[in-house]
Design a protein around this ligand. Structure first.
Ligand code: HEM
Length: 451
């Protein structure tokens, strides 16, 4: 901890005239952050053109921004690029309106409520596997997992007998996100104003998605039929403080937010879990042994999941090495001080989750796949702000239990029934956009396990 007050935040070396660190950052944001994180253990800043970004590489600094002085840090700008699709859902909202919505939504994401969705989640996994994995052909792991998590999410949010909404959501969501992400990561902002094929395709997809969700909500209001899904839970929740309920616009925003926040993140985490298991045979064998001893392939319920603590540790450790949300940002509303450094009013601060997760001061084996990092006694001893896959504080991911439950169910079904092998053994290059992906597809083959 820095003792003298008011240090100047150190700047990453090798800034170029005019562009600052643009090229080294663009070449590989993860390498750029990691190299500097090794040299600056608390905070550092870098520049792109004339704009500075402050990187908080210390759990105390993260604690300050996410909890002790959270009022001074807004995240509105970070997700503004998604507003065209998400409206004012939980991810894009702030202040009193966010607080009311979060209070309303929160009770539906507790472990008990989520347990009531397990049956249809399990069925969605089984059906998807039957349709997609009974093949000896080579598949792209990322695409398959993206579709699998979207299929599970569709059945959990907008349940229908034959999962008929999945195909409708699938291609439109992809086009919508491709367009919005391209706008967000274009350094030359004037270009985002120009017409393009991607833009018109994306806008049309957003309009169709909104119409689909609005119509489903209207239909639900009209009919008396019950559906065991998150939309129904949200429609029925009343705020105990003021008796308020979510109106149709708010419901549609939250449905869209769950689709966007919940599917690529979970797919990314599953992808890296399978990747790491393929490359760490001792961990894989231990996981398979636990599975064989405690699971018989029957319908998955909470009791069966509780019998697999090692699998849960494997999931947590994967999210340490490859956090799907590899970094996230906030903006300082007023001048502030963090660990003795002055944070100017209006400064962009960034939490480099990937780097903090590999910080040697907090992790026994920073770069190794070591699920024992998540033994209960190790967790108890560690600073909780050194592990941030779901963030911390008031904006902590509302879907955390949902995601962990889903990942565990997918891994149970996959590893119980199938053998997974990679088609080529090439170390993937990381491609960090909103979620952490491999630059090139990872291909794999999948075969029924011989029991
Ligand atoms: C492995 C999977 C997931 C990861 C790693 C993840 C990670 C995160 C992180 C880091 C945040 C905080 C972002 C910030 O404050 O800047 C967040 C927020 C959020 N996540 Fe997740 N998430 C996952 C799955 C899900 C799922 C499955 C859902 C919904 C079904 C979901 C819904 C949300 C929502 C609505 C927020 C905004 C919360 C608020 O500000 O009130 N997430 N997530």
């Amino acid at each position: 901890m820095t003792s003298d007050p008011l240090h100047k935040i150190p700047t990453a070396p090798a800034a170029k005239p005019l562009v600052g660190h643009l090229f080294s950052f663009r070449r590989s944001p993860i390498d750029f952050f990691s190299t500097n994180a090794r040299n600056f253990k608390e905070l550092f800043q870098f520049k792109i053109f004339s704009k500075s970004y402050i990187i908080l590489n210390h759990p105390d600094a993260v604690h300050h921004v996410l909890t002790s002085n959270v009022k001074n840090y807004t995240r509105q700008k970070s997700y503004a690029f998604l507003q065209e699709l998400l409206g004012m859902g939980l991810l894009t909202n702030e202040g009193d309106e966010w607080r009311t919505r979060r209070r309303l939504a929160q009770p539906n994401f507790g472990r008990e409520k989520l347990a009531s969705l397990m049956q249809q989640m399990d069925a969605a996994i089984e059906n998807f596997a039957k349709e997609h994995f009974n093949t000896n052909s080579t598949l792209s792991l990322e695409d398959e997992l993206n579709h699998l998590t979207l299929s599970i999410l569709t059945q959990s949010i907008l349940y229908s007998e034959n999962n008929s909404n999945f195909e409708k959501v699938k291609s439109d969501l992809q086009d919508a996100l491709e367009y919005l992400t391209a706008q967000r990561f274009n350094v030359f902002k004037f270009m985002t104003k120009l017409p393009s094929k991607r833009k018109s395709k994306g806008k049309a997809a957003i309009a169709r998605l909104k119409l689909l969700v609005e119509n489903i909500i209207l239909e639900r209001r009209r009919s008396k039929a019950t559906h065991n899904d998150l939309l129904e839970m949200l429609m029925n929740t009343k705020d105990e403080e003021n008796n308020e309920m979510l109106d149709d616009k708010a419901l549609a925003d939250e449905v869209m937010t769950m689709f966007v926040a919940g599917h690529e993140t979970t797919a990314s985490s599953l992808l890296w879990t399978i990747y790491l298991l393929e490359h760490n045979s001792a961990v894989r064998e231990k996981l398979l042994q636990e599975l064989q001893m405690n699971y018989d392939g029957a319908a998955i319920d909470v009791t069966k999941m509780m019998q697999l603590p090692y699998m849960r540790m494997v999931i947590m450790e994967t999210m340490r090495l490859y956090p799907p949300v590899w970094s996230f940002g906030r903006k300082a509303i007023d001048e502030d001080q963090i660990m003795g450094y002055v944070i100017p009013k209006g400064a962009s601060v960034n939490i480099p989750v990937y780097c903090i997760h590999r910080h040697p001061d907090y992790w026994k084996h920073p770069d190794a796949f070591y699920p024992e990092h998540f033994l209960p006694e190790a967790v108890k001893e560690r600073d909780k702000f050194a592990y941030l896959p779901f963030s911390q504080g008031m904006h902590r991911c509302i879907g955390e239990h949902f995601a962990i439950m889903e990942m565990q169910m997918v891994l149970m079904r996959l590893y119980f029934q199938y053998e997974i092998h990679f088609a080529a053994d090439k170390a993937p290059v990381l491609h960090p956009l909103v979620t952490l992906k491999p630059k090139e597809p990872i291909y794999f083959t999948i075969q029924k396990r011989k029991l």
